[in-house]
Design a protein around this ligand. Structure first.
Ligand SMILES: Cc1ncc(COP(=O)(O)O)c(C=O)c1O
Length: 350
């Protein structure tokens, strides 16, 4: 592809990357929602429309992970996640494009009927599904660790059988996430510049914090840190995420050979919208999902973007974006979870 081709994608750092998505992902304005809230101008960056298996923020990250897998001549991928993991769905889909099989470890009880993401995992032809029963683990953290340990054990077993397994951690490696979402900021800046606009703030769901790391890195690299990046936690406490963001940013800057200061104010995470826990519904999430659907015809998911939007709505109402002209909400995907048997009753109570 020629140097000046519009399909050329930006390469950050000397690290292999393969293109799996369609870029730029669409950027749309949300005029009806802005009107309901009384400003600021709101935009949505549609990472859910990245063009593979119902999309989401994992595709950009997997472009780095799968390039590394290919460089290592992997014959099989192994990854792990929750029963309704978007990361697992997209890993299988991206691996299919490269002709690789995917073995997955899911934490949770095997349902009698697969719905939502789990149904899609099967349609996509997941090679093997291993289950880690949550009974016997006191905390979610312990369960997550046990699931990841099982993935490593499976990798060992496969290695003994002569395979070359490549293990992708849930949410991908922090460095891959950081480079992926710094690139997304550059893409967004170009899209807005074409309309004579500039983003003042980006709001995102924060799970493993990889996406937010990349957005902050992108703001520092391409906008002198002038884009405020607001993370809305879907699970962990803000101080845990702040610590992780700082560590991830240090790693990414070290990798890029940059000695940029990261001001304390650059790391903003809100943990007041999690509710009773990860993936558990809140009335605010339900209202946010319904509001965007009913004003703009756009569907969010109940686990990540629904809670992130609940955060955005509340922060706008509190005046937290006073002075900001253009606020961009990152639609990180996840919509298949709306069709999970565990989530449907939230929106259609018996
Ligand atoms: C739909 C969706 N949004 C947001 C996130 C959170 O992204 P990160 O783990 O990079 O914080 C995830 C991660 O699983 C996701 O699936």
């Amino acid at each position: 592809m020629g140097e000046n081709s519009p399909r050329r994608t930006m390469q950050l750092g000397k690290i292999p990357r393969i293109r799996l998505g369609e870029y730029p992902t669409p950027l749309a304005e949300l005029p009806n929602l802005s009107r309901v809230l009384g400003g600021p101008r709101l935009f949505i960056k549609r990472e859910d429309l990245v063009g593979i298996a119902l999309g989401g923020n994992k595709v950009r990250k997997l472009e780095y992970a799968l390039a590394e897998a290919l460089a290592q001549r992997a014959t099989v991928l192994i990854t792990s996640g929750a029963v309704q993991s978007n990361h697992v769905r997209l890993t299988i889909a991206c691996a299919n494009r490269l002709g690789l099989r995917t073995v997955v470890v899911l934490r949770g009880e095997k349902p009698s009927l697969p719905t939502g993401n789990l149904l899609l995992d099967h349609i996509l032809g997941v090679a093997e599904v291993h289950w880690v029963d949550p009974k016997g683990y006191a905390t979610r953290e312990e369960l997550v660790r046990a699931t990841e340990a099982r993935a490593q054990e499976l990798a060992e077993e496969l290695r003994r059988r002569g395979e070359v397994p490549y293990v992708i951690p849930n949410g991908c490696k922090p460095l891959h996430s950081a480079l992926a979402y710094a690139g997304c900021v550059l893409e967004l800046l170009e899209q807005m510049r074409a309309q004579n606009l500039a983003p003042d703030a980006i709001v995102t769901a924060c799970g493993t914090a990889g996406t937010q790391t990349g957005l902050i890195l992108g703001s520092l690299l391409f906008a002198q840190g002038q884009i405020r990046v607001v993370g809305i936690s879907v699970s962990a406490k803000a101080e845990v995420l702040r610590e992780r963001l700082r560590r991830n940013l240090e790693e990414a800057l070290r990798f890029l050979g940059l000695d940029l200061p990261v001001p304390e104010t650059a790391i903003e995470v809100h943990d007041g919208y999690v509710g009773p826990g990860y993936a558990l519904p809140t009335p605010e999430m339900k209202r946010a999902v319904e509001l965007l659907a009913r004003t703009e015809g756009i569907l969010l998911d109940p686990v990540y973007t629904g809670k992130a939007m609940a955060g955005l709505l509340d922060l706008v109402r509190q005046g937290a974006f006073r002075g900001a002209e253009n606020v961009v909400f990152l639609h990180t995907g996840g919509v298949p979870a709306l069709f999970a048997d565990t989530q449907a009753p939230t929106f259609y109570p018996a």
